[in-house]
Design a protein around this ligand. Structure first.
Ligand code: ACO
Length: 522
């Protein structure tokens, strides 16, 4: 492999450069800012005259040289050995091994095109050492698997550039605008939009599936009194024990029909478990879901003990539909990995909630609301937002990794929030407009728009969901997406078992002399 790769494939480019004559302290700042271990030193005519590395700087500190007044010319390596961009990695490896360099400049004609370090080579070297002779090393996927398709799915997809996402081909925003939770739930797990008869049958099964299995009510009370209680970790534990109580069998051993039945049972139970935990924790008696109420209305009725106004229930329902699924996100992938082992649905859902709990995924919809609180009044918005960006902070509820245009969820949730009304909505709209203007001015070209988090918090707050229940609420609706993914994986399963590139010390390593002697003697 090293024969096929050239130095240009691996080197850090463009090269980080400094000019001769600058101080050690200034050179250290450049290395630090660029997160590199060495820089090429150029003269006034932009010709290479040396290399300066972190090691040179550290050594000089050890010799009590003042970095603020000493020039790098005192410590740099003059006229360094150079590589050419066309050199093979194998040839570069030989030079690094023989001469014990750590960084070498890579030349393209008289220009320094990049810098190659031992760190760049170490991976390739180890791969060669650890690979059995004659076997091709595995390809390394991009970090975070970004842009890598690891499965086929008919559940849904996100198109970031277009600001569009869909469930089984239907625009998710249109579904949230026009359909009930149960209709979209049926679409995701059964594969089609239900007709009236199918919907009635599905709704009846979903309502029946809300009853608690034997023994769980007491356990929920106990979980709610555990130290360091948080609603999301309590829900994760409750889903796990409930699945055990239901006898959730390995997906490998059950029919597709049974997978769907187990999925429906757990997805219907998730809000029941969450609301019981919440009310116990608040010292309140739990409230059973009223069989006449749909998923969203029952959600609020179990929370407050009262039937919600239709407009309030509908606002929450729209949020819940918008968050049921969102492409091949981390928790969905987690649920599929667990299912691929043939494990049961309870395990897959428990793992998925664990993945969602991470701040990089489930997010913290309450943070956007906290920002509104911190701003306090409209007249403080501009000053606050400018100061935040000036201090290098992110404005909560803006920007998205995938959407580089309006997040379609935020567009609908803005409308929903406006319909629900309230003082906070007007204030939020003012903050949003100010933030977008300030971001466009201070972060030009970054394509930062309002994301789902901004209005999700406002909507949930308006309908009475407490802040610490925002992410658990998201977990309940996303359970529908997870179960659709689980069924898809189980129906066409292959164990998900990727490999990794070993980059540790070259094996086999001898144990240190005498290590384990005491155990042998015993
Ligand atoms: N406020 C100010 N500047 C921002 C923001 C923001 N909200 N988001 C990104 N930027 C800036 C960055 O500072 C960076 O600027 P720079 O080029 O001067 O360094 C540039 O935009 C690109 O930023 P990245 O970090 O590359 O953007 P990335 O796609 O990785 O970030 C993320 C996406 C994490 C959502 C980011 O926009 C962010 O932190 N937003 C605030 C937190 C938030 O709202 N999270 C919820 C997201 S929605 C969800 O996950 C369900």
């Amino acid at each position: 492999m090293t024969d096929a790769l050239s130095v240009a494939d691996l080197m850090h480019k463009p090269a980080v450069v400094v000019h001769e004559g600058i101080t050690l302290a200034d050179a250290a700042k450049v290395l630090d800012a660029n997160k590199v271990g060495a820089a090429a030193v150029l003269d006034g005519g932009e010709h290479l005259v040396g290399m300066v590395s972190e090691r040179d700087l550290l050594r000089s500190v050890g010799h009590c040289i003042d970095p603020g007044s000493t020039g790098i010319n005192e410590v740099m390596t003059r006229d360094p050995v150079t590589l050419r961009t066309t050199d093979t990695v194998a040839a570069a490896l030989d030079i690094f091994r023989d001469r014990r360099f750590r960084h070498l400049p890579v030349m393209e004609g008289h220009r320094v095109a990049g810098i190659l370090s031992t760190r760049h080579l170490v991976r390739v070297a180890h791969i060669e050492e650890v690979q059995p002779a004659g076997s091709a090393p595995p390809e390394l996927a991009p970090r975070g698997l970004e842009g890598v398709a690891v499965a086929e799915t008919a559940v849904g997809d996100v198109r970031g550039e277009e600001g569009f996402f869909h469930y089984r081909g239907y625009n998710a925003v249109e579904l949230a605008s026009r359909c009930s939770f149960e209709q979209v739930w049926h679409l995701l797990v059964e594969g089609s939009l239900p007709d009236d008869q199918e919907l009635a049958g599905f709704t009846a099964r979903a309502v029946a599936a809300r009853r608690l299995p034997e023994g769980i009510a007491d356990l929920l009370r106990q979980i709610s009194t555990l130290p360091n209680y948080t609603p999301l970790s309590a829900l994760r534990s409750a889903v796990s024990v409930t699945a055990s109580a239901l006898g959730s069998a390995p997906t490998l051993d059950i029919s597709a029909e049974q997978v769907r039945a187990d999925s429906l049972r757990l997805a219907a139970l998730a809000p029941v478990l969450l609301m019981r935990l919440h009310r116990h924790h608040q010292g309140l008696a739990p409230v059973d879901p009223h069989p006449d109420l749909g998923y969203a209305a029952a959600y609020l009725q179990m929370l407050t003990g009262e039937r919600p106004a239709p407009r309030t229930a509908r606002a929450l329902e729209q949020y819940l539909i918008l968050t049921m699924d969102h492409g091949f996100n981390s928790s969905t992938f987690t649920s599929r990995v667990i299912t691929s082992t043939g494990s049961d649905i309870g395990s897959a859902l428990t793992g998925a909630i664990g993945a969602l709990a991470g701040p990089l995924h489930g997010g913290a919809p309450s943070r956007a609301l906290a920002m509104l609180d911190a701003i306090g009044s409209p007249d403080r918005a501009e000053e606050y937002l400018r100061a935040e960006i000036g201090a290098g902070q992110r404005l909560m509820g803006f920007g998205h990794r995938v959407y580089k245009t309006d997040d379609p969820r935020s567009t609908l949730l803005r409308e929903v929030a406006t319909e629900v009304g309230g003082d906070q909505v007007e204030f939020a709209r003012h903050i949003e407009a100010t933030a977008l203007r300030v971001l466009a001015e201070l972060k030009p070209g970054r394509r930062l728009y309002t994301n789902v988090e901004f209005y999700a918090g406002v909507v949930m707050n308006s309908v009475g969901v407490p802040r610490d229940m925002f992410t658990p609420t998201f977990a309940c609706s996303r359970t529908v997406g997870w179960t659709a993914a689980i069924a898809e994986q189980a129906a066409n399963n292959r164990l998900i078992r990727p490999s990794a590139l070993y980059v540790g010390p070259a094996p086999p390593r001898p144990l240190p002399h005498g290590y384990g002697a005491a155990l042998r003697a015993a």
